[in-house]
Ligand binder design. Sequence first.
Ligand code: UDP
Ligand code: MN
Length: 318
Amino acid sequence: MEFSGIDNMRLRTFLFWFLGFSVFIIIYKLNAIESDVEKLRFLKETLSLNKQQLQLTEHQLQLIEHLYQNKVGQGLPIIYAITPTYWRHVQKAELTRVSQTLALVPNIHWIVIEDSEERTELVTNLLNDSKVVYTHLNAKTPPFEKLQKKEERWTKHRGIEQRNAGLQWLRDNLELGRDKGIVYFMDDDNTYSVKLFHEISKVKRVGVWPVGLVGGLNAEAPIVSGGVVTGWKTGWRSNREFATDMAGFAINLNLILEKTNAGFSYKMEHGLLESEFLSYFTTKAELEALADGCTKVYVWHTRTETPTVKGTIPYLEV
Ligand code: UDP
Ligand code: MN
Protein backbone atom coordinates (compact mmCIF):
# COMPACT_ATOMS: atom_id res chain seq x y z
CA MET A 1 0.00 0.00 0.00
CA GLU A 2 1.28 3.44 -0.82
CA PHE A 3 0.67 6.54 1.20
CA SER A 4 -0.87 9.38 -0.66
CA GLY A 5 0.92 12.70 -0.60
CA ILE A 6 -1.50 14.01 2.01
CA ASP A 7 -1.07 10.97 4.36
CA ASN A 8 2.69 11.37 4.08
CA MET A 9 2.45 15.01 5.03
CA ARG A 10 0.25 14.16 8.00
CA LEU A 11 2.64 11.49 9.21
CA ARG A 12 5.54 13.92 9.02
CA THR A 13 3.65 16.64 10.80
CA PHE A 14 2.66 14.14 13.47
CA LEU A 15 6.26 12.94 13.94
CA PHE A 16 7.51 16.52 14.05
CA TRP A 17 5.10 17.46 16.82
CA PHE A 18 5.61 14.18 18.67
CA LEU A 19 9.41 14.57 18.78
CA GLY A 20 9.14 18.24 19.67
CA PHE A 21 6.74 17.42 22.47
CA SER A 22 8.99 14.62 23.86
CA VAL A 23 12.02 16.91 23.94
CA PHE A 24 9.90 19.58 25.61
CA ILE A 25 8.75 17.11 28.28
CA ILE A 26 12.33 16.00 29.04
CA ILE A 27 13.58 19.59 29.26
CA TYR A 28 10.56 20.54 31.37
CA LYS A 29 11.13 17.61 33.71
CA LEU A 30 14.86 18.39 34.05
CA ASN A 31 14.09 21.99 34.90
CA ALA A 32 11.37 21.03 37.33
CA ILE A 33 13.75 18.77 39.26
CA GLU A 34 15.31 20.81 42.02
CA SER A 35 18.63 19.25 42.99
CA ASP A 36 21.61 18.26 40.87
CA VAL A 37 21.67 14.79 42.31
CA GLU A 38 18.03 14.29 41.33
CA LYS A 39 18.85 15.45 37.80
CA LEU A 40 21.72 13.02 37.57
CA ARG A 41 19.43 10.28 38.76
CA PHE A 42 16.75 11.06 36.20
CA LEU A 43 19.24 11.17 33.34
CA LYS A 44 21.10 8.09 34.44
CA GLU A 45 17.88 6.14 34.80
CA THR A 46 16.43 7.33 31.47
CA LEU A 47 19.64 6.34 29.72
CA SER A 48 19.98 2.94 31.37
CA LEU A 49 16.32 2.16 30.81
CA ASN A 50 16.67 2.91 27.11
CA LYS A 51 20.12 1.45 26.63
CA GLN A 52 18.70 -1.38 24.47
CA GLN A 53 16.95 0.94 22.03
CA LEU A 54 19.88 3.33 22.02
CA GLN A 55 22.23 0.37 21.55
CA LEU A 56 24.54 1.62 24.27
CA THR A 57 27.32 -0.61 25.56
CA GLU A 58 28.20 -0.64 29.28
CA HIS A 59 31.31 1.37 28.51
CA GLN A 60 29.44 4.01 26.53
CA LEU A 61 26.90 4.21 29.30
CA GLN A 62 29.68 4.81 31.80
CA LEU A 63 31.18 7.55 29.61
CA ILE A 64 27.80 9.25 29.38
CA GLU A 65 27.40 8.96 33.11
CA HIS A 66 30.80 10.58 33.60
CA LEU A 67 29.86 13.39 31.23
CA TYR A 68 26.69 14.04 33.17
CA GLN A 69 28.56 13.75 36.44
CA ASN A 70 30.90 16.43 35.17
CA LYS A 71 27.98 18.69 34.28
CA VAL A 72 26.05 18.05 37.44
CA GLY A 73 29.16 18.16 39.59
CA GLN A 74 30.13 21.48 37.95
CA GLY A 75 33.31 20.14 36.45
CA LEU A 76 34.38 18.28 39.58
CA PRO A 77 36.91 15.50 38.95
CA ILE A 78 35.66 11.92 39.20
CA ILE A 79 36.55 10.30 42.51
CA TYR A 80 37.40 6.63 42.01
CA ALA A 81 36.60 5.05 45.37
CA ILE A 82 38.13 1.57 45.74
CA THR A 83 36.28 -0.62 48.22
CA PRO A 84 37.36 -4.15 49.20
CA THR A 85 34.52 -6.15 50.73
CA TYR A 86 33.96 -9.69 51.99
CA TRP A 87 31.11 -11.83 53.22
CA ARG A 88 30.14 -11.69 56.90
CA HIS A 89 26.75 -11.08 58.50
CA VAL A 90 27.21 -7.30 58.59
CA GLN A 91 28.32 -6.97 54.96
CA LYS A 92 25.02 -5.76 53.56
CA ALA A 93 24.56 -3.30 56.42
CA GLU A 94 28.07 -1.86 55.87
CA LEU A 95 27.64 -1.58 52.11
CA THR A 96 24.20 -0.03 52.52
CA ARG A 97 25.65 2.70 54.73
CA VAL A 98 28.53 3.39 52.33
CA SER A 99 26.37 3.31 49.20
CA GLN A 100 23.83 5.73 50.65
CA THR A 101 26.59 8.17 51.50
CA LEU A 102 27.94 7.86 47.98
CA ALA A 103 24.48 8.51 46.50
CA LEU A 104 24.91 12.05 47.87
CA VAL A 105 28.18 12.54 46.00
CA PRO A 106 27.64 13.50 42.34
CA ASN A 107 31.20 12.88 41.14
CA ILE A 108 31.80 9.34 42.38
CA HIS A 109 32.74 6.17 40.53
CA TRP A 110 32.61 3.32 43.02
CA ILE A 111 34.90 0.37 42.36
CA VAL A 112 33.79 -2.52 44.56
CA ILE A 113 35.99 -5.61 44.72
CA GLU A 114 34.67 -8.68 46.45
CA ASP A 115 37.04 -10.99 48.27
CA SER A 116 35.46 -14.08 46.71
CA GLU A 117 35.70 -16.68 43.92
CA GLU A 118 32.82 -15.02 42.12
CA ARG A 119 30.81 -11.86 42.28
CA THR A 120 27.92 -12.57 44.63
CA GLU A 121 24.22 -11.93 44.15
CA LEU A 122 24.03 -9.93 47.37
CA VAL A 123 26.57 -7.34 46.24
CA THR A 124 25.24 -7.35 42.66
CA ASN A 125 21.74 -6.52 43.93
CA LEU A 126 23.00 -3.87 46.29
CA LEU A 127 25.00 -2.11 43.56
CA ASN A 128 22.07 -2.28 41.14
CA ASP A 129 19.82 -0.70 43.73
CA SER A 130 22.32 2.02 44.61
CA LYS A 131 22.10 5.25 42.63
CA VAL A 132 25.83 5.23 42.13
CA VAL A 133 28.07 4.76 39.07
CA TYR A 134 30.00 1.60 39.85
CA THR A 135 32.29 -1.15 38.64
CA HIS A 136 31.91 -4.56 40.25
CA LEU A 137 34.94 -6.86 40.43
CA ASN A 138 36.17 -9.78 42.50
CA ALA A 139 39.64 -10.88 43.66
CA LYS A 140 40.04 -13.57 46.27
CA THR A 141 42.62 -13.34 49.02
CA PRO A 142 44.81 -16.49 48.88
CA PRO A 143 43.80 -18.81 51.80
CA PHE A 144 47.29 -18.61 53.28
CA GLU A 145 47.05 -14.83 53.64
CA LYS A 146 43.55 -14.89 55.13
CA LEU A 147 43.17 -14.11 58.82
CA GLN A 148 42.26 -17.23 60.79
CA LYS A 149 39.81 -17.11 63.69
CA LYS A 150 42.43 -17.47 66.44
CA GLU A 151 44.98 -15.10 64.91
CA GLU A 152 45.49 -11.54 66.08
CA ARG A 153 44.03 -8.97 63.67
CA TRP A 154 47.31 -7.19 63.02
CA THR A 155 49.17 -10.36 61.94
CA LYS A 156 47.64 -10.37 58.45
CA HIS A 157 47.18 -7.69 55.82
CA ARG A 158 43.59 -7.11 54.69
CA GLY A 159 42.33 -5.88 51.33
CA ILE A 160 45.64 -6.24 49.44
CA GLU A 161 44.36 -8.38 46.58
CA GLN A 162 41.24 -6.27 46.18
CA ARG A 163 42.94 -2.86 46.22
CA ASN A 164 45.48 -4.12 43.67
CA ALA A 165 42.61 -5.35 41.47
CA GLY A 166 41.06 -1.88 41.72
CA LEU A 167 44.34 -0.24 40.70
CA GLN A 168 44.68 -2.70 37.81
CA TRP A 169 41.17 -1.82 36.60
CA LEU A 170 42.08 1.89 36.58
CA ARG A 171 45.26 1.19 34.62
CA ASP A 172 43.47 -1.09 32.14
CA ASN A 173 40.49 1.16 31.52
CA LEU A 174 41.68 4.74 31.91
CA GLU A 175 44.25 6.66 29.97
CA LEU A 176 46.89 9.09 31.17
CA GLY A 177 46.14 12.53 29.71
CA ARG A 178 42.57 11.64 28.71
CA ASP A 179 40.94 10.69 32.01
CA LYS A 180 41.03 12.96 35.03
CA GLY A 181 40.27 11.90 38.55
CA ILE A 182 41.29 11.18 42.09
CA VAL A 183 41.70 7.77 43.72
CA TYR A 184 40.57 7.02 47.27
CA PHE A 185 40.70 3.74 49.22
CA MET A 186 37.33 3.48 50.90
CA ASP A 187 36.98 0.50 53.25
CA ASP A 188 33.43 -0.79 53.60
CA ASP A 189 33.19 -0.42 57.38
CA ASN A 190 34.26 3.19 57.98
CA THR A 191 31.93 6.15 58.33
CA TYR A 192 32.26 8.91 55.75
CA SER A 193 30.91 12.45 55.81
CA VAL A 194 29.78 13.90 52.49
CA LYS A 195 32.15 16.76 53.32
CA LEU A 196 35.09 14.40 52.90
CA PHE A 197 34.31 14.14 49.19
CA HIS A 198 34.41 17.93 48.82
CA GLU A 199 37.93 17.75 50.24
CA ILE A 200 38.97 14.83 48.03
CA SER A 201 37.77 16.80 44.99
CA LYS A 202 40.46 19.42 45.78
CA VAL A 203 43.40 17.00 45.60
CA LYS A 204 46.05 18.05 43.07
CA ARG A 205 48.67 15.38 43.75
CA VAL A 206 48.31 13.74 47.17
CA GLY A 207 45.97 15.04 49.86
CA VAL A 208 45.86 14.06 53.55
CA TRP A 209 43.53 14.74 56.51
CA PRO A 210 42.74 13.44 60.00
CA VAL A 211 40.94 10.14 60.59
CA GLY A 212 38.74 9.74 63.65
CA LEU A 213 38.64 6.82 66.11
CA VAL A 214 41.87 5.10 65.16
CA GLY A 215 45.18 4.04 66.65
CA GLY A 216 43.88 4.22 70.21
CA LEU A 217 43.26 7.97 69.93
CA ASN A 218 40.11 9.99 69.25
CA ALA A 219 41.78 10.78 65.94
CA GLU A 220 45.09 10.53 64.14
CA ALA A 221 46.15 13.61 62.24
CA PRO A 222 48.91 15.09 60.14
CA ILE A 223 50.83 17.86 61.94
CA VAL A 224 50.74 20.99 59.81
CA SER A 225 53.10 23.90 60.21
CA GLY A 226 52.85 26.90 57.91
CA GLY A 227 50.63 24.88 55.57
CA VAL A 228 53.20 22.08 55.30
CA VAL A 229 52.87 18.56 56.74
CA THR A 230 55.82 18.02 59.04
CA GLY A 231 54.79 14.86 60.90
CA TRP A 232 51.93 12.92 62.43
CA LYS A 233 50.01 12.69 65.67
CA THR A 234 49.30 8.99 66.00
CA GLY A 235 48.89 6.36 68.67
CA TRP A 236 51.51 4.13 67.11
CA ARG A 237 54.91 4.65 65.42
CA SER A 238 54.39 8.27 64.54
CA ASN A 239 57.88 8.34 63.02
CA ARG A 240 56.61 6.48 59.95
CA GLU A 241 57.20 8.65 56.86
CA PHE A 242 53.44 8.69 56.17
CA ALA A 243 51.79 7.64 59.43
CA THR A 244 48.27 7.73 58.05
CA ASP A 245 45.45 5.22 57.93
CA MET A 246 44.15 4.05 54.54
CA ALA A 247 41.18 6.42 54.96
CA GLY A 248 43.39 9.47 55.44
CA PHE A 249 44.66 10.20 51.93
CA ALA A 250 43.75 10.40 48.25
CA ILE A 251 45.93 10.42 45.14
CA ASN A 252 45.53 12.03 41.74
CA LEU A 253 44.69 9.49 39.04
CA ASN A 254 47.59 10.78 36.90
CA LEU A 255 50.08 9.54 39.50
CA ILE A 256 48.37 6.14 39.69
CA LEU A 257 48.51 5.83 35.90
CA GLU A 258 52.12 7.05 35.70
CA LYS A 259 53.58 4.80 38.40
CA THR A 260 52.38 1.50 36.99
CA ASN A 261 54.39 -0.57 39.49
CA ALA A 262 52.91 1.06 42.58
CA GLY A 263 50.71 -1.31 44.55
CA PHE A 264 50.27 -3.27 47.76
CA SER A 265 52.21 -6.37 48.72
CA TYR A 266 52.03 -9.04 51.41
CA LYS A 267 55.76 -8.46 51.88
CA MET A 268 55.15 -4.97 53.24
CA GLU A 269 55.68 -4.64 56.97
CA HIS A 270 52.57 -4.74 59.16
CA GLY A 271 51.24 -1.27 59.74
CA LEU A 272 53.32 0.12 56.90
CA LEU A 273 51.03 -0.53 53.92
CA GLU A 274 49.95 3.09 53.65
CA SER A 275 53.41 4.51 54.26
CA GLU A 276 55.13 2.25 51.73
CA PHE A 277 52.42 2.81 49.14
CA LEU A 278 52.56 6.61 49.47
CA SER A 279 56.37 6.56 49.12
CA TYR A 280 55.89 5.66 45.44
CA PHE A 281 54.22 8.99 44.75
CA THR A 282 55.28 11.81 47.02
CA THR A 283 57.40 13.28 49.78
CA LYS A 284 56.00 14.43 53.09
CA ALA A 285 56.63 18.10 52.30
CA GLU A 286 54.60 17.88 49.06
CA LEU A 287 51.43 16.64 50.80
CA GLU A 288 48.32 18.82 50.59
CA ALA A 289 46.84 19.39 54.06
CA LEU A 290 43.06 19.27 53.51
CA ALA A 291 40.04 19.48 55.84
CA ASP A 292 40.87 23.02 56.97
CA GLY A 293 44.59 22.43 57.29
CA CYS A 294 43.92 19.04 58.94
CA THR A 295 41.82 20.53 61.74
CA LYS A 296 38.55 18.73 60.86
CA VAL A 297 37.49 15.09 61.03
CA TYR A 298 35.31 13.93 58.14
CA VAL A 299 36.00 10.18 58.26
CA TRP A 300 35.92 7.73 61.15
CA HIS A 301 37.62 4.36 61.33
CA THR A 302 34.57 2.71 62.84
CA ARG A 303 34.56 -1.03 63.36
CA THR A 304 31.34 -2.99 63.61
CA GLU A 305 30.92 -5.52 66.39
CA THR A 306 30.48 -9.04 65.07
CA PRO A 307 26.91 -10.01 65.94
CA THR A 308 26.04 -13.36 67.42
CA VAL A 309 23.89 -15.10 64.85
CA LYS A 310 22.38 -18.30 66.21
CA GLY A 311 20.10 -18.98 63.30
CA THR A 312 19.19 -17.69 59.86
CA ILE A 313 15.90 -17.24 58.00
CA PRO A 314 16.82 -18.84 54.68
CA TYR A 315 14.50 -16.82 52.42
CA LEU A 316 15.75 -13.42 53.64
CA GLU A 317 18.74 -11.69 52.09
CA VAL A 318 20.14 -9.88 55.12
N1 UDP B 1 38.52 -7.15 53.74
C1 UDP B 1 38.48 -8.12 52.75
N2 UDP B 1 38.77 -9.44 53.06
C2 UDP B 1 39.07 -9.84 54.33
C3 UDP B 1 39.12 -8.84 55.34
C4 UDP B 1 38.85 -7.53 55.02
O1 UDP B 1 38.19 -7.80 51.61
O2 UDP B 1 39.32 -11.02 54.55
C5 UDP B 1 38.20 -5.75 53.43
C6 UDP B 1 37.15 -5.13 54.35
O3 UDP B 1 35.85 -5.33 53.84
C7 UDP B 1 37.55 -3.66 54.36
C8 UDP B 1 39.07 -3.71 54.17
O4 UDP B 1 39.37 -4.98 53.60
O5 UDP B 1 36.96 -2.93 53.31
C9 UDP B 1 39.83 -3.54 55.47
O6 UDP B 1 39.45 -4.57 56.37
P1 UDP B 1 39.08 -4.32 57.89
O7 UDP B 1 38.06 -3.24 57.98
O8 UDP B 1 38.74 -5.64 58.51
O9 UDP B 1 40.46 -3.82 58.46
P2 UDP B 1 40.73 -2.79 59.65
O10 UDP B 1 39.96 -1.56 59.36
O11 UDP B 1 40.25 -3.48 60.87
O12 UDP B 1 42.19 -2.60 59.58
MN1 MN C 1 37.97 -1.42 58.99
